[in-house]
Write a protein that binds this ligand. Structure first.
Ligand code: CA
Length: 313
């Protein structure tokens, strides 16, 4: 055998040995160390990966909501009623943390005093949320919006003559939200069932036609309800997020958790929105916990203000 034949034979033997070694022992890369050898193993690995990614996404989402909450809010003491309050840093709005729960919305037929309250007597379940302790006052409105549409002027008076669209603009600028109608009534009732919350005496709880002197009053002068919220009855009407549909609470979708009406009734002529709580110029009946009203989203006809909310993270 020549020197070149020796070299070729050695090389062929070498390649053969390498090939056999490669078939028996594949290269130990990071990929095939982690990859299961069987089909079932690979399926389990893939499923585990999907679950892991979903769990991480959920963790990031929940974590981000909590981080954002503590960026936006400063924790305060509990109020006299035992509910934690938070300060919304951007607007200076004090908000009360309302625990989630189930309550009975509306009134039974025999108690309902006007047609807008009929047919809504049913249980609603809500998640926890924050809602402003007071109606938005004019000082806060001016700070955010740079104007003041109210007829009666005063920094501590509730802002009035605000359209639904303007209240939405305020919320967009501040990252806050209008309450759903169900949230509003839950917050207003604070565990009560009668027509008026708190002491149950409207004169003690709110400003309405017969005690207001026909004018708006500074927020927070009457007694708070069981959650420590002021002026849920009277002073300024309060816009809600919902589209007004008289029959919404007879529909199955209103039985879902955290219900909100977002679609107009088929026979609606315009996209009217819900307002709750009555005002200083309206009769006592309109200030009931269950009473509801509506107006067009660009209407300034009523004495409409609002109080914002934030979903508990
Ligand atoms: Ca009010």
């Amino acid at each position: 055998m020549t020197r070149s034949e020796n070299f070729t034979a050695f090389s062929l033997r070498g390649r053969g040995r390498d090939a056999t070694h490669a078939a028996t022992f594949p290269p130990l890369t990071r990929y095939n160390l982690l990859m299961p050898r069987t089909k079932n193993g690979r399926r389990i690995a893939l499923l585990s990966g999907v679950v892991l990614v979903a769990a991480m996404a959920m963790f990031v989402w929940v974590g981000w909501a909590r981080i954002r909450f503590f960026v936006e809010f400063e924790s305060l003491e509990k109020n006299a009623q035992g509910y934690r309050e938070y300060l919304h840093r951007k607007t200076g709005t004090v908000m009360v943390c309302i625990p989630g729960g189930t309550f009975t919305m509306g009134s039974p037929e025999e108690e309902a005093e006007n047609t807008s309250t009929k047919g809504r007597f049913h249980e609603v379940t809500l998640s926890a949320f924050l809602i402003a302790k007071y109606e938005v006052d004019q000082a806060t409105w001016k700070k955010v919006m740079g104007n003041n549409p109210s007829a009666f002027k005063g920094d501590d008076l509730p802002v009035g003559h605000v359209t639904w669209e303007q209240s939405q603009s305020f919320c967009e600028k501040t990252s806050l939200h209008l309450p759903t109608e169900a949230q509003w009534e839950y917050a207003c009732r604070a565990g009560t069932r009668g027509p008026y919350a708190g002491t149950g005496v409207l004169d003690e709880m709110g400003w309405y036609e017969e005690n207001s002197g026909r004018r708006a009053h500074p927020v927070g002068q009457k007694k708070p309800n069981g959650f420590g919220l002021y002026d849920m009855h009277g002073n300024a009407w309060e816009w809600c997020l919902d589209v007004f549909d008289r029959k919404f609470y007879a529909k199955s979708e209103s039985r879902r958790k955290d219900p909100v009406c977002t679609k107009p009734a088929p026979d609606a002529h315009r996209l009217t929105r819900v307002a709750r709580g009555g005002s200083w110029e309206w009769p006592a009946d309109n200030s009931r916990s269950d009473s509801r009203d509506s107006d067009g989203p660009r209407s300034i006809g009523g004495i409409h203000g609002f109080r914002p909310t934030w979903s508990w993270p």
